[in-house]
Design a binder for this molecule. Structure first.
Ligand code: N2P
Length: 387
């Protein structure tokens, strides 16, 4: 292989479709439509055609990876996680072997401070301008000047529930409230059909604080103690604490109420309707408010294939690619240029793109200090083990 590898990004102007050809392809091999193409050549160092991606589970369209592999000739090793804490532990230990990781912005903030990411090379990200300026300004609080990461998808944390089962076991269930999970009298009734919580300590504790009318981002230990008291009071009624198992369990009727991430709860609804099992899953953003979070594409400092990683991020920033992911996993993307390709049903779903009056109740997700996190981890362990 030559010391320099050439990546051709070609934009087919006809019909508004964007296409790109693979790496290392010679100019004369380009498709017949060459006359209508604008070719941008970026010279980068040669890398073996491999990319190691570590993303959240259930967070990509069916053909996103296959299309990238086909187009570039790069083989993607794709691993999944369902916990920011797991990703953080790996990143801080180093040598993950990953080229792309997708932590939530509040976690990314302290990981940047720990030096675990390389700065993005914007010259290799010709699609960067597709990103929504307001959203990028928002996450620049975590990553000044957006030097290390692009937003992948964003969403909220709320309650997914089986409308029929909940109406059966508790006809007056307060489905618009965190009381569903955090009022012992309510969850005790709902536990008859199965209630689960996310294994996400910062999100669970901040939701309890919102329920209690306290600051969801508080690091005051008195607030943490109050939240722990609530968590311990509901522990007997929680069937399990897990961040991905609840999707299928809601869809197949094993459980009836779950704390969950917006798109995941809609994936559950979609799976139930595909199975034609009569189960209808709804997603509720509690009236006390909830977190709005942003998951970020970043490249570890020791990534073995940083150029392939840039190529992949640039691919994810293509409007059709971002739209196809939103259409498949029901999460909002930050790509302004993708809007015309996102299905109307998704754009109009208030659970995915909350209307202004709901947005006003969403609180930011701030990075927690190391000291607070140690206390939070202890609280969470006591909650999980029930002692
Ligand atoms: C995807 C969950 C990602 C959202 N299944 C958590 N930030």
């Amino acid at each position: 292989m030559s010391p320099l590898q050439l990546f051709y990004r070609t934009t087919l102007l006809l019909g508004g479709l964007a296409l790109a050809t693979g790496c290392g392809q010679k100019a004369e091999d380009k498709p017949a439509a060459a006359a209508e193409e604008e070719v941008v050549v970026v010279e980068v160092e040669a890398e073996e055609p491999v990319l190691n991606v570590y993303n959240w589970s259930d967070y990509i369209a069916e053909d996103t990876i296959a299309n990238f592999e086909e187009r570039t000739g790069i083989t993607v090793n794709y691993d999944v996680f369902d916990s920011n804490e797991v990703v953080e532990a790996k990143l801080l230990a180093g040598n993950t072997g990953y080229d792309i990781v997708v932590p939530t912005a509040s976690f990314l903030e302290r990981q940047i401070k720990a030096g675990v990411f390389r700065k993005l090379d914007r010259d290799q990200l010709s699609n960067w301008s597709n990103l929504d300026g307001d959203i990028m300004a928002r996450v620049s609080k975590h990553d000044p000047d957006n030097q290390h990461a692009a937003v992948y998808m964003w969403g909220t944390t709320g309650i997914g529930f089986d409308e029929v089962k909940v109406a059966e076991v508790f006809p007056d269930a307060p489905t618009d409230s965190w009381a569903m999970l955090f009022d012992p009298e309510v969850i005790a009734k709902l536990s008859a059909c199965g209630v689960t919580l996310l294994d996400a300590p910062t999100e669970a504790v901040s939701a309890v604080l919102a329920y209690l009318g306290r600051d969801p981002n508080s690091e005051d230990l008195a607030d943490l103690a109050a939240a722990e008291e609530v968590l311990m009071s509901i522990r007997p009624f929680v069937r399990y604490i897990h961040s991905s198992q609840q999707i299928n369990d809601l869809a197949n009727g094993e459980i009836c109420v779950a704390m969950g991430w917006s798109g995941d709860m809609m994936i559950a609804a979609d799976r139930a309707s595909e199975a034609e099992n009569g189960i209808e899953i709804a997603y509720s953003i509690p009236k006390q408010g909830t977190v709005i979070w942003f998951d970020m594409l970043a490249i570890p400092a020791d990534a073995p294939h940083p150029n392939n990683a840039h190529l992949f991020i640039n691919y994810l920033l293509e409007p059709e690619v971002a739209a196809a992911i939103s259409n498949y996993v029901f999460y909002a993307n930050p790509n302004s240029a993708s809007v015309e390709f996102v299905e109307a049903e998704i754009l109009e779903d208030p659970g995915i793109y909350p209307p202004d009056e709901v947005k006003a109740k969403l609180y930011p997700d701030l990075a927690r200090s190391a000291e607070y996190t140690r206390n939070l981890t202890r609280t969470w362990t006591r909650f999980k083990t029930g002692q």
